[in-house]
Design a protein around this ligand. Structure first.
Ligand SMILES: [Zn+2]
Ligand SMILES: [Zn+2]
Length: 327
């Protein structure tokens, strides 16, 4: 009976629109996209447009929704915030306001009941299962009071479906038509619209599933978050998730200079030209101390002695930064 319970579907709570959108775009990507490529071929225009749209919508999630709006790890000028909101909608991962509310709850309650994408409920649940059913009652959204004061965020919250449809599907289709008429427009719709949406979504979803299951825990084992350089390759640097959960207000996820984190590089570069400011970073000493403490805890655990208390962002001693950057 317990085993069968796992397959129980609460039909009255199914989020039908989400199910059809996720299922429909995936189905088209697996059928119509290969058909188009086999029928009309694939030229550099279609490949280039796919990667540009993948970059615009994917980076709008990591740079905008995640590090800027959810964590406020830096400040950005209005045009950047606007572009992040316009193309973030094209990833079809909810409005920035809803996304940030879920994400802040994820950080606050990681691996527990109130974590919206709690990995302890299984890989599939954390990946996308959590979106397929209505939560009863809906969680309060008082954790985004700061974002509610931002008129741009509220405007996007109201119209994000329309905005996403325009920037995610209509715009690449129009560019395709301009480039090569109906045939190229159809290709742009299928490849840069539909397949690109599926690609960006599953890369983001992997942060909640794979980055809470596979990889290393160099900074702390107090929650399931893990560092994975492989995942970082597909997620603009968000794969260094163990560091991120330990130091969530740092604008970097791949904190070491050699770690692949294009979002960090973009924020840093835009800072040099004055478009981003107040980049928050944890002092090196604090990071090294966390790594050292975790190494020591593991050593004691291996030797069968009581493991030392995991060092967290809260209990770690504050060490003044050498360069005066805030944390
Ligand atoms: Zn996480
Ligand atoms: Zn985060």
């Amino acid at each position: 009976m317990k085993f069968l319970d796992r397959f129980y579907i609460p039909w009255s709570r199914v989020e039908w629109v989400t199910c059809f959108f996720l299922g429909g775009t995936l189905l088209l990507t697996l059928t119509a996209v290969p058909w188009y490529i086999l029928t009309y071929g694939l030229d550099w225009f279609q490949v280039g447009l796919f990667f540009i749209w993948f970059f615009l919508s994917g980076m709008s999630i990591t740079f905008g929704y995640h590090r800027l709006f959810s964590h406020r790890s830096f400040e950005a000028k209005m045009p950047l915030r606007l572009v992040s909101l316009l193309f973030g909608a094209a990833a079809f991962e909810n409005s920035a306001l809803d996304w940030c509310s879920d994400h802040r709850r994820h950080h606050k309650h990681t691996d527990h009941e109130d974590d919206p994408y709690d990995i302890s409920k299984g890989f599939f649940y954390a990946h996308l299962g959590w979106m397929l059913f209505k939560l009863k009652p809906l969680p309060p959204m008082e954790n985004v009071a700061d974002l509610r004061k931002d008129p741009l965020v509220m405007w996007q919250h109201r119209y994000w479906h329309l905005i996403g449809f325009a920037t995610g599907f209509v715009l690449p289709t129009m560019i395709g038509y301009w480039y090569g008429g109906f045939e190229a427009a159809l290709g742009a719709f299928l490849i840069s619209g539909v397949a690109r949406t599926v690609a960006v979504q599953h890369c983001t979803f992997c942060i909640n599933s794979a980055c809470h299951s596979l990889g290393t825990q160099p900074y702390s084992a107090r929650c399931s978050a893990r560092d994975s350089w492989i995942m970082a390759l597909f997620t603009f640097g968000e794969g260094y998730h163990n560091f991120h959960h330990e130091f969530q207000h740092d604008y970097r996820n791949g904190v070491k200079p050699w770690q692949f984190d294009p979002t960090k590089w973009l924020i840093w570069t835009l800072n040099k030209v004055g478009l981003t400011s107040n980049l928050r970073q944890v002092p090196d000493e604090k990071i090294l101390k966390a790594q050292e403490a975790e190494r020591e805890r593991r050593r004691l655990e291996r030797e069968g002695r009581a493991p030392a208390e995991a060092v967290t962002e809260e209990n770690i001693p504050v060490i003044p930064s050498r360069d005066g950057v805030l944390n």
